[in-house]
Ligand binder design. Structure first.
Ligand code: S3P
Length: 449
């Protein structure tokens, strides 16, 4: 398992223009929908992060033909909505909660049985949030009792089979959490259901599934935070498609914040997806007074894309909470790095969902920040961070197998008074395989051991 040794930047600024990997969330959906389509699809700008590869392998195991055309292009021959076949082995979702939860929605409607497994981190994550509403529409799903949360389930999940002749029923479901994974699982199951699917969430989570379904002619309507899928009169056929996946705003955030907190820096990231359900971090940065400019570059696959430039200027602490949080949920760890270099106090609230990510990101961030000598307080639903001037205490950080924690620690390590060591960093490849190379291209010194 690799260790990163991050050397302090000292007076060296980060300068340059770099790409980021393609959007992981859109990549999962492109693979899933292409596999369920009739005929051939082409997925371009695909960056082979391990999480997306888990989805590709699962779809292959059920009969979709997923082939590499070149380094970044995939050809997918779909099975049609009703053409999936029983996988021979358990479907390994690796570290990817999105793979497991979205697939559960599809598998719940199949007349074959399947088993979903994951790595140690995924095997601790709560699954009842998708299992309960799917069971409510007739799905048969079993899991392992959650060791800490009574009534919840963890993987492995045993899904189906739905008895032949039986269909999933209609569903009206108001989710207690704003979660695109839950929403997507329910909508995917709705493709197979007899009757309408109505889903509402407390605030809007990322809407890539809705955008893709809409583009593929699925009869879907959205009103505010509610979405309705009524398959009556729909052919059930989705045509093959071509998609250019935009750059991942979540990956870009690490690079942009690294520039924003480092004196003299100016960095541009090209082709970044700027779907408003994903750009909470840009609003947080603006709100804090950090240097940021977004130049729209049009649309790609029904998703807005922009060139984003970030630079250093003094920032101040703010209060982050409410509907902004689901739109920045994966970027809260790196927003903490911005808070460390801002004047005064930053408070993050309404972020209890962070506790059920690849690690408990509230507890893990508190541990990381304290290791760097930053004063902070843990709250049930977030944390309070005191901004700090001058070099940070050099730290040894254990990533706890969480890619976004490892990358946040690496960005903070650029400001250490001596090298910072971050252990267990293989996880970075789940979302940003070229993270180290990208930072090096901008002027950082990072060794991989
Ligand atoms: C994702 C949704 C979010 C996010 C995850 C990707 C998706 O999870 O944290 O990284 O692609 O649907 P939740 O739906 O659990 O909030």
């Amino acid at each position: 398992m690799s260790t990163l040794v991050v050397h302090p930047l000292g007076k060296t600024p980060l300068v340059g223009s770099v790409p980021v990997p393609s959007d992981k969330s859109i990549g999962h959906r492109a693979l899933l929908f292409a596999s369920l389509c009739e005929g051939e699809s082409e997925i371009r700008s695909f960056s082979h992060g391990e999480d997306n590869v888990s989805t590709a392998n699962a779809m292959r195991a059920m009969g979709a033909v997923v082939e590499d055309v070149d380094k970044t292009t995939l050809k997918v021959k779909g099975t049609g909505l009703f053409g999936l076949r029983a996988p021979k082995d358990a479907l390994d979702c690796g570290n990817s909660g999105t793979t497991m939860r979205l697939l559960t929605g599809v598998l719940a409607a199949q007349t074959f049985a399947s088993k979903l497994v994951g790595d140690a981190s995924l095997s601790r994550r709560p699954m009842m949030r998708v299992v309960a509403p799917l069971r409510a529409r007739g799905a048969i799903i079993e899991g392992t009792p959650h060791p800490k949360k009574e009534g919840d389930l963890t993987p492995p999940l045993l899904v189906g089979p739905l008895p032949s002749g039986k269909e999933l029923s209609e569903l009206e479901y108001e989710s207690p959490v704003a979660s695109a994974q839950v929403k997507s699982a329910i909508l995917l199951s709705g493709l197979y259901a007899h009757g309408t699917t109505w889903f509402k969430e407390p605030t809007l989570s990322r809407d890539h599934t809705e955008r893709m379904m809409h583009a593929l002619g699925v009869p879907l309507r959205t009103v505010g935070t509610a979405v309705e899928l009524d398959p009556a009169g729909w052919s059930g056929k989705m045509p093959g498609f071509a998609i250019d996946i935009p750059g991942d705003a979540s990956a870009a955030a690490f690079i942009l914040v690294a520039a924003q907190i480092t004196e003299g820096s100016r960095v541009t990231v090209r082709g970044v997806g700027t779907n408003p359900t994903r750009t909470g971090i840009l609003e947080i940065a603006r709100h804090m007074g950090a240097g940021i400019e977004v130049v729209p570059q049009g649309d790609q696959a029904g998703e807005p894309v922009a060139e984003i430039t970030a630079w250093h200027q003094p920032a101040r602490g703010v209060l982050i909470g409410g509907e902004l949080v689901p739109r920045a949920i994966d970027e809260i760890p790196i927003a903490c790095a911005l808070a460390v270099r801002a004047a005064g106090e930053t408070t993050i609230r309404d972020a209890e969902e962070l506790r059920v990510k690849e690690s408990d990101r509230v507890a893990t961030m508190v541990h990381v920040l304290r290791a760097f000598g930053v004063a902070c307080e843990e709250l049930p639903d977030g944390l309070v961070i005191q901004g700090r001037e001058g070099p940070l205490t050099p730290a040894t950080i254990e990533s706890r197998g969480d890619h976004r924690i490892a990358m946040t620690a690496a960005v903070l390590g650029l400001h250490g008074s001596a090298p910072t060591r971050i252990t267990d960093c293989d996880c970075i490849a789940t979302s940003f395989p070229r993270f180290v190379g990208t930072l090096r291209a901008l002027g950082a010194r990072i060794d991989v051991e």
